[in-house]
Design a protein. Structure first.
Length: 326
């Protein structure tokens, strides 16, 4: 079974080393009055709550998700083979609908939405590591092919700032994890190279707050946090995430980035929130189950955690849980 280490282009086995990159996780409880900006510990406070939602029809991990008009689109993934599956979740009715399949079956891809269009980027498939970009229009339930990403990558993250899609980090299987940052402009259907991250990273998560893009965790530097300013094309290092993780998920609500689940020395259900205004982290209510390689989407201030894997529960999960931050 393919799991947590970088995937070999032929047929992919992921087994993550329990000591990944030499970062050790924390032991012992954090003092309740200890605020941290060094990434060593986090301050517990009101944690919010998690609730179970309708399961995703197709259990999978290594999928991606994007939100358009209050609907979460879960695309791709792996459940024994790479998938081209696209399923849509409506939080208002707690129901799932099957949509037109993506042209290219793949997993460990990333996705982002711009002006009502979902872009699926990179990942791993039958030919190996992909630079493939395909766009889904929910109004017509159709896909179209777009300009390929210059640097083919899997295990990357994608986010959107000012109408442009930024592809961050990932693995190219030549250099392993990479610092690469490339931006896609849908108006010109073209890519441009941007300033690289300070540290090579893959299996990371990203979020956008006040026009800046935050890259959080990931393989090789599991505590690391950097912020990218598209206006100046520069990166700055921020306070480290207390619980280093890779294959995690994240979402932004109320000007805070919530990082949850993932893998370090084992599956995690840790939930920690980053506040860029204070450059500090706080502990939040842990997710109900431990898992990694999941996707997430935010609708109306609620974060939805979708799919993933935990081999003690099941290699491909249909699980959907909603987190309502405090």
């Amino acid at each position: 079974m393919f799991r947590r280490s970088s995937i070999v282009p032929a047929f992919i086995a992921l087994t993550l080393s329990s000591a990944a990159s030499g970062c050790s996780s924390l032991s012992g409880p954090a003092p309740a009055n200890h605020v941290v900006t060094t990434g060593v510990r986090a301050l517990p406070d009101a944690g919010g709550r998690w609730t179970a939602k309708a399961p995703m029809p197709t259990g999978r991990f290594g999928l991606a998700a994007g939100v358009i008009n209050g609907i979460i689109y879960a695309v791709g993934g792996f459940n024994g083979d790479p998938l081209n599956t696209l399923e849509a979740y409506d939080p208002s009715t707690n129901t799932w609908t099957t949509k037109a399949p993506m042209p290219t079956a793949r997993y460990l891809l990333a996705a982002g939405a711009i002006n009502g269009i979902l872009y699926a980027v990179g990942g791993s498939g039958g030919p190996g590591v992909l630079g493939t970009v395909e766009a889904y229009d929910p109004t017509t339930d159709t896909w179209s092919t777009k300009a390929s990403m210059p640097t083919a990558r899997t295990e990357l993250a994608v986010d959107v700032v000012d109408g442009k899609l930024y592809a961050i980090g990932g693995t190219d299987f030549v250099n392993g994890c990479v610092k690469t940052v490339e931006a896609y402009d849908p108006d010109s259907n073209s890519w441009s190279t941007k300033a690289p991250m300070a540290i090579k990273r893959c299996k990371l998560s990203t979020g956008v707050i006040d026009g800046k893009l935050y890259a959080v965790g990931g393989g090789g530097t599991e505590h690391w946090v950097e912020a990218y300013d598209p206006g100046t094309n520069t990166w700055t290092t921020k306070s480290r995430m207390p619980t280093g993780r890779q294959l995690l998920a994240g979402g932004v609500v109320g000007g805070r980035f919530y990082a949850f689940d993932g893998f370090n020395t084992g599956y995690s259900k840790t939930n920690e929130a980053y506040n860029p205004a204070t450059d500090s982290w706080t502990e939040k209510t842990n997710a109900p189950i431990k898992r990694d390689s999941l996707a997430a989407g935010v609708v109306n201030g609620v974060i939805y955690a979708i799919g993933g894997a935990n081999h003690s529960i099941g290699p491909t999960l249909q699980t959907v849980e909603a987190y309502n931050p405090p």
